[in-house]
Design a binder for this molecule. Structure first.
Ligand code: NAP
Length: 302
């Protein structure tokens, strides 16, 4: 028996389609075009790709996209001035500073400077606190995408035992909060957890957000469980041959040993093509929500 493979790409494409329709509706009924500003500091190759993809997706959804590229030696105060001017710009409803930022800049200070109602990454302590308090909040995109995948796959999550491996502010903690909101019984595991394998085996929903390639083995998975693999790890793939420089080619794998887990789980996300595509879709969703809240118009359910 092999698991149903959760098609994050298709689910994200559907969500983006619904967001596009909602944007058209907002423009027609309230003359409101949601706007997302993305700020990139430096020339990190992966970040450039992420920023470009976010810009394309924003425009495809019919939203306004604003992109700002600052040199790698930008002083912190210059970046904060940029953020403050975006905070005050009525055409910008969402602000995202692409991380990581160069070392002269504190990521936390940047997050703290973004207006909480424009914080579409959901990382501001006010949004984290609101989420933990069960109040409406802008929620980090990858966790939101992970839980949407679980809900679309399983339906009502009430009473299920969810194990989240990882307790970062970016992924683990908000995933746990969102699952709690869905009435799951939630266990958060981390690097000091004892007997992680048996903790994982008790999970109806297993979310892996660690950053260690294929940490979760097949026999850690409860038969029939829903496995959401958030990890993105680049590893050597000698089976693909060598590149022009004679180095082994690489591939992306998750935190779950997919080939083993797929034989045990009921449902599983692949890497790539699982959680990854949901992140940008949820960024657009947050931008839509932020625009409605700032304009004081009813929030569009997507
Ligand atoms: P992170 O900040 O490095 O946090 C990793 C967490 O894993 C920590 O809580 C750590 O525990 C825990 N951990 C480390 N080693 C462990 C072990 N041996 N056993 C159990 N737990 C262990 O990473 P992150 O930002 O949360 O990201 C996690 C993964 O998700 C990464 O692979 C990242 O690339 C990926 N990611 C994907 C997306 C996406 O769009 N799909 C977005 C963001 C991140 P301690 O707290 O005890 O150190």
């Amino acid at each position: 028996m092999t698991a149903h493979i959760i098609d994050g790409k298709a689910i994200a494409a559907e969500l983006r389609g619904r967001i596009g329709l909602a944007v058209t509706e907002l423009q027609n009924t309230h003359n409101l075009t949601p706007g997302l500003a993305v700020v990139l500091v430096g020339e990190d190759a992966a970040s450039q790709v992420y920023v470009r993809n976010k810009g394309i997706a924003t425009k495809q959804a019919g939203m306004a996209s604003f992109e700002f590229r600052l040199p790698a030696d930008t002083p912190q105060e210059t970046l904060l001035d940029k953020v403050r001017s975006l905070n005050d710009d009525p055409d910008v409803h969402g602000i995202l500073v692409q991380f990581p930022v160069p070392e002269q800049i504190s990521q936390q200070v940047v997050v703290d400077t973004i207006r909480p109602d424009k914080d579409v990454d959901g990382l501001h302590p006010i949004n984290a606190g609101r989420l933990a308090s069960g109040l409406p909040a802008l929620t980090p995109c990858t966790p939101l995408g992970s839980v949407i995948l679980a809900k679309q796959t399983l339906g009502d999550l009430t009473g299920k035992h969810a194990v989240v491996i990882g307790r970062s502010n970016l992924v683990g903690k908000p995933v746990a909060q969102l699952l709690l909101k869905e009435n799951c019984t939630v266990t958060i595991a981390h690097s000091r957890t004892q007997d992680l394998a048996s903790v994982c085996r008790s999970a109806d929903i297993l979310v892996a957000a660690v950053g260690i390639a294929e940490l979760v083995k097949g026999d850690w998975v409860k038969p029939g469980a829903c496995v959401i693999d958030v990890g993105i790890n680049r590893v050597e793939a000698p089976e693909k041959g060598v590149d022009d420089a004679g180095q082994p080619k690489t591939k992306l794998v998750g935190d779950v040993a997919f080939d083993e887990a797929v034989k045990v789980a009921g449902h599983i996300t692949p890497v790539p093509g699982g959680v990854g595509p949901m992140t940008i879709a949820c960024l657009l969703r947050n931008t839509l929500t932020a625009a409605c809240r700032q304009a004081g118009v009813p929030e569009v359910e997507v």
